[in-house]
Design a protein around this ligand. Structure first.
Ligand code: ZN
Length: 274
């Protein structure tokens, strides 16, 4: 990209027309637990989709586990710029092939937002490389989410903190890699704390983990929660062309080096690297 003219910015140079966002939900609790079914008649994915629909820059689609290829075919992923993932009961029912398809797309530049119990999803653990375990308690206690990174794009439009009257508790230690940025820290009425908004980069892809969202509470109707998810979609969106060669290693012989170069290796010393 040429140097930007004075007064211009990347934001104006790259006009975002629409962010193709796929909201994926295992959609199991909604069909097996009457409380959840009544709370989310269109599914958790439907509630999030409705919440994001106010943003004209976001084009929303939804997918569920019972669809062909677990709802995440290669074609569907190729047409997705940001993927939102909610899962709890059926992590193991997502095929390893689907997980690898998603990981590949994240490495190429697709954004990924993992919500609540998706901390134990195959795709999140695959991309983190650590157990991603935590403490938990389900008594419906109050959660206070502190914005500890107020200039972060994901925190825009929020007050110093916001509260959810009833949530499941997640407590530290959370066995994830040290994040690139910590946006929120939660405090729970029972006394525990938790890093509840974390960012990561994997290849060309941006990842955001956001803690709230237990299925028996109306969390995905909360204006602050929806604001965070909406901000996160914008933050995770990478408008660059997909980094399709991200997994390809390339040998560059001396004669193709950017500067003139003569090999100092003797015959037979050539290694088997690739
Ligand atoms: Zn939960």
């Amino acid at each position: 990209m040429p140097p930007l003219a004075k007064g211009s910015s990347h934001a104006s140079a790259i006009k975002v027309m629409s962010i193709r966002t796929l909201i994926w939900n295992e959609n199991v609790h909604e069909r097996t637990n009457p409380i959840v079914g009544e709370l989310y008649p269109s599914g958790i994915h439907g509630a999030i989709a409705a919440g994001l629909s106010a943003d004209k820059d976001i084009v929303v689609a939804t997918a569920t586990l019972d669809e062909p290829e677990d709802g995440v075919s290669a074609e569907r992923l190729a047409a997705t710029e940001v993927l939102i993932w909610w899962a709890h009961k059926a992590h193991d029912e997502v095929s390893d092939a689907a997980v690898e398809r998603i990981a590949r797309r994240v490495h190429e530049g697709m954004g990924l937002i993992c919500l609540h119990s998706a901390h134990f999803s195959k795709i999140f653990r695959r991309l983190m490389g650590t157990p991603c375990a935590l403490k938990w308690r389900e008594v419906g206690e109050k959660e206070r989410l502190w914005v500890i990174n107020p200039t972060h794009p994901i925190a825009q439009g929020l007050a110093a903190y916001f509260e959810l009257e009833h949530e499941e508790m997640y407590g530290e230690p959370f066995s994830v890699p040290e994040p690139a940025e910590t946006v929120f820290v939660s405090w729970f009425k029972g006394g525990e704390v938790f890093r509840s908004g974390l960012t990561y980069q994997r290849g060309g892809g941006r990842i955001f983990y956001f803690r709230p969202g237990h299925e028996t509470y109306p969390t995905y109707y909360d204006a602050n929660v929806l604001r965070v998810i909406r901000n996160a979609v914008h933050w995770a969106h990478n408008p660059s062309p997909a980094w399709s060669a991200v997994a390809v290693g390339t040998n560059v012989p001396a004669e193709q080096a950017p500067e003139p170069l003569t090999s100092t290796r003797s015959d037979g010393e050539a290694g088997g690297g690739r």
